[in-house]
Ligand binder design. Structure first.
Ligand SMILES: Cc1cc2nc3c(=O)[nH]c(=O)nc-3n(C[C@H](O)[C@H](O)[C@H](O)COP(=O)(O)O)c2cc1C
Length: 129
């Protein structure tokens, strides 16, 4: 609830309020997103409303279950989430499970996600005006 009482909340709110759309990059822990990301999301509400989001997941299985959980959360925040997403496999898109080395096809995936995200982010400005 506003007004915020902590400087870090105000700074986070100002950053999110300044943006039309978001790319959430999430690892997968026990079939969900990270607690740290969920906590950061939960600090705000109105700053997220009527904006757009896309996702990059990573994990042993591409972070797809983490992204599915995030999609459920987006509805509650009134964020429109685009269908296209990037699923990075720790086995196939990283070297030694640590250095990002995406397969060439991931470029198409990220382009598709960003194209939709930019379009939706701009379209929703009308609603926020
Ligand atoms: C406690 C724990 C649970 C995990 N659970 C999953 C999982 O359910 N699915 C998956 O694909 N990867 C899982 N992983 C692998 C992580 O996604 C992988 O280690 C990833 O690098 C974590 O991202 P981070 O190092 O940026 O935090 C798990 C890792 C840990 C340590």
């Amino acid at each position: 609830m506003r007004p915020y009482t902590k400087q870090h909340t105000s700074a986070w709110a100002a950053k999110i309020a300044s943006l039309d759309a978001f790319v959430f990059v999430t690892p997968e822990y026990n079939h969900s997103t990270s607690g740290a990301l969920k906590n950061a999301i939960d600090f705000l509400f109105r700053e997220w409303n009527d904006k757009a989001a896309g996702f990059v997941g990573y994990g042993a299985a591409g972070g797809t279950r983490a992204v599915e959980h995030l999609r459920q959360i987006m509805g509650e925040l009134k964020i429109a989430d685009v269908r296209a997403q990037v699923a990075l496999s720790m086995h196939d898109d990283f070297e030694g499970f640590s250095s990002l080395k995406p397969r060439p096809r991931q470029e198409n995936a990220v382009t598709a996600m960003l194209d939709d995200l930019v379009a939706w982010g701009q379209a929703l400005r009308v609603l926020r005006a």
